[in-house]
Design a protein around this ligand. Structure first.
Ligand SMILES: [Zn+2]
Length: 130
């Protein structure tokens, strides 16, 4: 007796489970359109401030999480992940918490989000292309 050829194998591929903290929210997508808050080059992603998240908001609430995000390029993002991010930023006169809060306040207003970043760069005399 010939074994039956099984059909439809390819369609049994399982979908990757969604990681709750990794979803690309609109706020995250917007971060990639801004300039890096540190160096003024185009940002590639958002960095979540490590201490920015109140204990009762840690982990679960994505919106609370996104409130403490700043736009960074890949290079600075790697540095920030390895260090005391807010202290490192403050040493460069970047008040990351205030900037993150302002960006979140303007989350529906890309133009003002840009302005927040540009004002911070100008204050520190970091050159950038508009
Ligand atoms: Zn940068």
């Amino acid at each position: 007796m010939k074994p039956r050829i099984e059909e439809g194998r390819a369609s049994t591929r399982r979908k990757e489970p969604k990681e709750p903290g990794r979803k690309n929210t609109r706020q995250r997508t917007l971060m990639g359109k801004l300039l890096c808050i540190v160096c003024g080059q185009p940002a590639s992603e958002g960095h979540h401030l490590k201490r920015g998240i109140p204990k009762n908001e840690r982990g679960l609430q994505r919106k609370a999480h996104d409130r403490y995000m700043i736009p960074v390029c890949r290079r600075e993002h790697e540095v920030l992940e390895k260090t005391d991010d807010e202290a490192w930023l403050m040493a460069r006169k970047i008040d990351a918490r205030s900037i993150a809060e302002a960006l979140y306040r303007y989350r529906n207003d890309e133009r003002n989000m840009r302005r927040v970043v540009e004002n911070s760069l100008m204050e520190r005399r970091v050159p950038f292309d508009v």
